[in-house]
Design a binder for this molecule. Structure first.
Ligand code: BYC
Length: 341
């Protein structure tokens, strides 16, 4: 069997692109003039593109953030992928399969966006597998019932949309453009989740209890997705100055709460926060205290599913080794043939 026959076309082209990509950001010494021109471009709302000069710190911040985002998409396939075989109907199974596949696509765009900064995808993946790179805290919790799949779409994809709509205006061109497509797909994901939730909320007493339980287990963890409070966010100042982020962690978290409270009311579900109430002065919903100890525990590798997630990714990497080797060999042979023409 030829290699072309066993590899999906998309995977093959990704492997080929990866192997022949050249490093784009040649290092030019940073001078006050360079920095001033760069910051001026950003303040005029122009995008920074891969071949433009950028401070080393900007490049590092973007690699950190984009790669963590890519890892989150890939690790994020695990809690939902776990339910593909157990979805309650063929329709639900097809929709979930498509959603999980979309997340893989998001991971691939994001690794490509990170590669435009001159880093190799393999280095990034190895940092994840070695436990050195972070990914979103939310994926370290278990999916205990079918209702969790609905609530993940509603809360987790909903939170991601709030965050990523802001990132679609990011100053770095490849990241902002990747976000445009990702956000449109996330919108479908959120709608499929909310539809599952609404169906269960209007179902039997047992189904209502199941979905309320899922809401109770995912609410606070979804608020943590936006990161630490502004006072404790070491990266925010720099990212905001360079317009990688355009709004703070707390501002985005508040927007998510404001959007989600009426949606919960519409399906008669209760959000598990006795301090949640509308503040007519600010026009926001005030909410209770987040358990930051739990958050730091999870991002430091000690959440309920961190070990399980990393084990699954390491196994997938090991099982995919022969595919990568075959793809690289195919690319090498094909490239030397092209050179001989
Ligand atoms: N989880 O200074 P801060 C999806 C880390 S996936 C883990 O505020 P920053 C989906 C942070 O990295 C979408 N770590 O950082 C997929 C930093 O550590 P380092 C995921 C977190 O960068 C499948 C430290 O805490 N979205 O939608 O200014 C199925 C201090 O934080 C978290 C993204 O990745 C966290 N929640 O802001 C369904 C969005 N929060 O690196 C759905 C892209 C913070 O200094 N990323 N940390 O060691 C961002 O927008 C920002 O990086 C963050 C953090 C808001 C996450």
């Amino acid at each position: 069997m030829t290699f072309r026959a066993i590899l999906p076309k998309e995977l093959l082209s990704i492997v080929l692109v990866r192997n022949f990509k050249t490093k784009m950001n040649t290092t030019i010494q940073e001078t006050p003039e360079h920095l001033a021109a760069f910051e001026n471009k950003i303040s005029c709302g122009e995008k920074i593109e891969p071949k433009d000069w950028m401070p080393e710190r900007y490049r590092k911040q973007l690699i950190r953030m984009i790669s963590q985002h890519a890892h989150s998409e890939i690790v994020g396939m695990l809690p939902e992928g776990n339910w593909i075989t157990r979805a309650p109907s063929l329709r639900r199974k097809k929709v979930l399969l498509a959603k999980v596949q979309d997340e893989a696509g998001h991971g691939l765009y994001l690794y490509c966006a990170a590669e435009t900064l001159g880093v190799d995808r393999r280095e990034l993946v190895e940092a994840l597998l070695a436990g050195k790179a972070k990914y979103s805290s939310i994926f370290n919790y278990p999916t205990l019932s079918w209702a969790d799949i609905g609530v993940i779409g509603w809360f987790v994809d909903g939170a991601a949309i709030v965050n990523q709509t802001m990132l679609a205006r990011s100053s770095y061109g490849p990241y902002s453009r990747a976000m445009l497509r990702i956000c449109s797909e996330e919108n479908f994901h959120k709608k499929q989740g909310y539809e599952i939730v609404a169906t269960l909320a209007n179902g039997t007493a047992e189904q209502r209890a199941m979905v309320q339980d899922a809401v109770n287990r995912w609410w606070w963890q979804s608020l943590m997705m936006f990161g630490p409070s502004d006072a404790n966010s070491p990266n925010s100042e720099e990212l905001l100055r360079w317009k990688v982020k355009q709004e703070t962690n707390d501002e985005l978290r508040q927007r998510f709460v404001n959007i989600t409270v009426p949606q919960a009311k519409a399906v008669n579900l209760t959000l598990p926060d006795s301090d949640l109430k509308f503040n007519s002065e600010t026009g926001d919903y005030d909410f209770g205290k987040i358990n930051w100890e739990e958050f730091y525990n999870v991002i430091n590798g000690n959440g309920p599913c961190n070990a399980e997630r990393m084990k699954a990714r390491r196994l997938a990497d090991e099982n995919g080794k022969w595919v990568r080797e075959a793809a690289e060999e195919y690319a090498r042979k094909n490239f030397s043939k092209t050179k001989n023409i």
